[in-house]
Design a protein around this ligand. Structure first.
Ligand SMILES: NC(=O)c1ccc[n+]([C@@H]2O[C@H](COP(=O)([O-])OP(=O)(O)OC[C@H]3O[C@@H](n4cnc5c(N)ncnc54)[C@H](O)[C@@H]3O)[C@@H](O)[C@H]2O)c1
Length: 364
């Protein structure tokens, strides 16, 4: 089992470990029992993950003598609401969960974000553990302590920073993940390669067929590499005040595309076109060489992620949604651009004409 430590400033947070392995549920249960010292555990999971893995995780924990319970909610982003969070909180209160307890988020990013949020506010905060089951959650959302709930006005508009006690990644979970969700996770891994480490990009380029076949050794390499990149960024900027914003590469246009399409374009696909757009803007502003921009477009195409903007989406609508993104500061849209692969920078304002021209070029 691979162990990666997330070292945080102890004045604001505690440091914790990310454990990565295959078929490690029994060992995860033992580690949880040994290290977290809670009086009891409540697993929170969406219905799909709960029916696949709920019983197995509960029985692994019971074998170690831990009292454990499970609560589920309906799967999908539409559940990441205050209503679901409140219903879960009431169920915790009914079951007598208190500050001696520990929550376990078993699921994808929706579960992790919502359980993290609940853990940060229930009884003025109780401990929680992340057991991510999607590729996106394993390489991204389970690490770094950003919790969130969606409002009608937009995604993740309510949330806290609250670090988990530990993150336990069993790669075996990925065997049952639908292709579309797996590919969504790959988009975030490509992003890490583009913003931080060309070697990760080379690994994806050379091992793509094994990765697509979900070969465990290849997955172990790219998941661990991604976790190291994410934890490195979180360590420098836990509260998202500076460098952590480079993780938004591709997300400025990506989020606008997601919402303009009424969320019919998946997050991974939206971010992929967003990364191509950001690379093209970087090239137009004479930062990024054309060959590097082309490399980014090629890998996105090879993975089968979206590389063009659907003709039905209007340029004006995309631009106005981009300007309303919560990540803007004042009137400046935080556009993350590239000097070269592995060297991103945050540019306050990009001329609207260049953005419109890029969107038009990328139409299907
Ligand atoms: N906190 C952060 O830093 C951060 C970062 C990135 C994304 N996010 C959030 O993550 C969320 C997206 O996460 P996601 O893509 O994991 O979505 P998700 O949690 O909705 O999971 C996607 C689907 O896969 C199913 N699923 C999960 N694991 C499975 C498995 N092993 N086998 C079969 N099916 C499985 C789920 O039931 C769900 O239907 C968004 O809400 C986004 O805002 C948060």
């Amino acid at each position: 089992m691979n162990k990666i430590k997330v070292n945080l400033d102890k004045r604001s947070s505690h440091s914790y470990d990310i454990f990565i392995g295959q078929n490690i549920l029994d060992r995860i249960a033992l580690l949880i029992a040994k290290s977290s010292h809670a009086a009891n555990y409540t697993i929170i999971s969406d219905g799909t993950v709960s029916s696949l893995y709920g019983e197995t995780v509960m029985s692994a924990l019971r074998k170690t003598g831990c009292p454990v319970d499970l609560i589920e909610f309906p799967p999908g982003e539409t559940s990441k609401t205050m209503e679901t969070a409140l219903s879960l909180i009431e169920q915790l209160a009914d079951r007598g969960v208190d500050r001696t307890s520990c929550l376990i988020a078993l699921g994808g990013g929706v579960t992790g974000d919502m359980v993290g949020f609940i853990a940060s506010v229930y009884m003025r905060s109780i401990p929680y553990i992340q057991v991510p089951t999607t590729l996106l959650a394993q390489v991204d959302s389970s690490i770094g302590g950003k919790t969130g709930i969606d409002l009608f006005n937009g995604k993740n508009l309510v949330g806290t920073f609250c670090q988990p006690q530990a993150v336990y990644i069993d790669l075996q979970f990925l065997a049952t993940l639908p292709d579309v969700e797996f590919t969504n996770g790959l988009a975030e891994i490509i992003k890490y390669g583009v913003i931080d480490d060309p070697d990760l990009l080379s690994t994806i380029e050379s091992e793509l067929s094994f990765i697509r076949d979900r070969n465990i050794d290849n997955l172990a390499t790219i998941v661990a590499h991604s976790c190291k990149i994410k934890k490195g960024i979180v360590e420098i900027d836990e509260r998202d005040m500076g460098v952590r914003r480079i993780l938004n590469f591709g997300h400025t246009i990506g989020h606008a595309l997601e919402s303009a399409s009424g969320y019919t374009i998946s997050h991974g696909n939206a971010v992929s076109v967003g990364m191509i757009a950001a690379a093209r803007v970087s090239e137009k502003l004479n930062h990024l060489p054309a060959s590097e921009r082309q490399r980014i477009e090629d890998i996105i195409q090879r993975v089968g992620l979206l590389d063009r903007i659907p003709a039905t989406l209007k340029t004006g609508d995309i631009v106005s949604r981009m300007k309303h993104d919560k990540k803007k500061a004042g009137n400046a849209v935080h556009f993350v651009l590239l000097k070269k692969i592995g060297v991103p920078f945050i540019n306050g304002i990009v001329d609207e004409g260049i953005i419109r021209e890029t969107i038009e070029e990328l139409r299907q």
